[in-house]
Write a protein that binds this ligand. Sequence first.
Ligand code: UDP
Ligand code: MG
Length: 139
Amino acid sequence: MSLEKTFAMIKPDAVAGNNAGKILARIEAEGFRIVALKKHQMTKAEAEGFYAEHAARGFFPALVSYMISGPIYVMVLEREDAVAHWRLVMGATDPAKADAGTIRKEFGQSIEANAAHGSAVPADAAREVTYFFSQSDLI
Ligand code: UDP
Ligand code: MG
């Protein structure tokens, strides 16, 4: 297997709840290398663009409001099988359905405020990385 990159976020509820450090520690414990990391306040347009695939869904306006309710951490993570492994570590979208030991089970508040984001597939990861980072940020 070869090294792969994924895009991850620590979402507003986890940052506001002072859980970002614990989530970063878990990321390192899982063997990810943090390639890029910054704290960021998304604009409404940025959040709408990031979640454009969900624009027709009923939850979209609330999701956008939540995602701009406070700062997030955006990052690029590298590991073998990074995309799938980060999804596994995060757990199911709904914290109530997430497995014990996952980040969303431990830190998520609701299906909306669920602590973390991870790219679904490698093609999404490539697009999401360039949404927030330029090539020179990846070190
Ligand atoms: N979301 C929501 N209500 C739903 C489904 C999703 O508020 O019924 C939010 C939640 O924050 C989720 C994000 O929209 O993480 C993107 O949804 P997706 O289905 O892509 O889940 P993910 O890939 O984040 O697990
Ligand atoms: Mg998704």
